[in-house]
Design a protein around this ligand. Structure first.
Ligand SMILES: Nc1ncnc2c1ncn2[C@@H]1O[C@H](COP(=O)(O)OP(=O)(O)OP(=O)(O)O)[C@@H](O)[C@H]1O
Length: 308
């Protein structure tokens, strides 16, 4: 179990959320260290947004607790210290971009300088005079980003921040996040994209089906979990063959993907030798060196898929 962090910025303890008897988040506990950049990574429906919503006080946990700065996320003193960009930016119509940003800045005790804010978020001076309802999807996201930063908050939450952004806007967003991280901001973002988590975060909390399935630095996760694998075709693919494979000592996991059987192992030579010695009917063998994408796939495979 991870050591307790002194004065964590965020703390979830045995936190669960159930919607109509369906568990969306299941007994999740973690602490977030000041100045860290954390990616909550997981496939669709893993519980990322629900967890984030509980951290922001937008949803009440069904069980367990969520604290920000040791307090309830609903307290104004807490809200003044955080900035949030949700997946769907809802912005008041009939206001100009400048007016929205001024309003948002006014909410905070020490807002970010307006010129700096515009510079950081990729809005142009001409954008400032536009009505928000006239903005494109990408410009709305930039405004959402600017609203999150307007208060110069200590902690920033981004929910799937790059969905709908083009490559340029995506790159600029991450460059800004790196700058903010260098300034010592605590940043937490959700993403489906393993590469984004690997490139930007110093910690990845991997969610699947409402639970945490891995938690560590990208390097730790890779070195702990990446195994080489081999794959092959077999006319006898089925539970029986996979049961036999699972009995071979070098095999750590096996699963079927797109009609090929994949075998994870620390030693592909030993695994192959064991497969041949057992006389298993395999053909078209391929050896794969481990990649982070494979790790993701293996970790987030459902119970039924991984059953061997
Ligand atoms: N308001 C709600 N009412 C009922 N079920 C919900 C509600 N919000 C989320 N869920 C369910 O909870 C589970 C987790 O959803 P959540 O949106 O947290 O996942 P996610 O990891 O953010 O997914 P995505 O990447 O698709 O946004 C899903 O099964 C979802 O259908």
């Amino acid at each position: 179990m991870e050591a307790n962090i002194l004065n964590p910025i965020i703390e979830l303890r045995n936190t669960s959320k159930t919607f109509n008897h369906r568990i969306a988040v299941n007994d999740v506990s973690f602490q977030i260290e000041p100045g860290s950049v954390t990616a909550i990574l997981g496939p669709n429906g893993a519980g990322k947004t629900t967890t984030l919503s509980m951290m922001l006080g937008l949803l009440e946990p069904s069980q367990g607790t969520v604290k920000l700065f040791g307090r309830s996320p609903k307290e104004r003193s807490v809200r003044e210290r955080i900035g949030v960009m949700l997946q769907h930016v809802s912005i008041m119509d009939r206001l100009k971009v400048r007016e929205i940003l001024e309003l948002t800045r006014n909410y905070y005790p020490n807002p970010m300088d307006m010129e700096f804010l515009i510079h950081l978020t990729g809005l142009t001076p001409s954008d400032l005079n536009r009505y928000t309802e006239k903005l494109s999807g990408g410009q709305k996201r930039s405004l959402g980003f600017a609203m999150a930063l307007a208060g110069d908050p200590e902690v920033l939450f981004f929910d799937e921040p790059t969905v709908g952004l083009d490559t340029m806007a995506r790159r600029r967003f991450w460059e800004t996040v790196h700058k903010l991280a260098k300034q010592g901001k605590t940043i937490l973002f959700t993403t489906h994209y393993l590469q984004e988590a690997d490139d930007t975060a110093n910690r990845i909390i991997l969610f699947n089906q409402g639970s945490i399935v891995a938690d560590g630095s990208p390097g730790e996760i890779k070195s702990r979990i990446i195994h080489s694998s081999l794959s092959f075709l077999s006319d006898e693919d089925g539970p029986e063959l996979r049961a036999k494979l699972s009995l071979l000592p070098p095999v750590t996991n096996c699963y079927n993907r797109d009609g090929r059987i994949y075998v994870s192992t620390d030693n592909t030579d030993a695994a192959l030798a064991a497969i041949f010695a057992a006389g298993l009917p395999v053909r078209d063998i391929k050896i794969h060196s481990g990649s982070l994408d494979e790790v993701f796939e293996q970790l987030t495979m459902t119970q039924e898929e991984t059953a061997i």
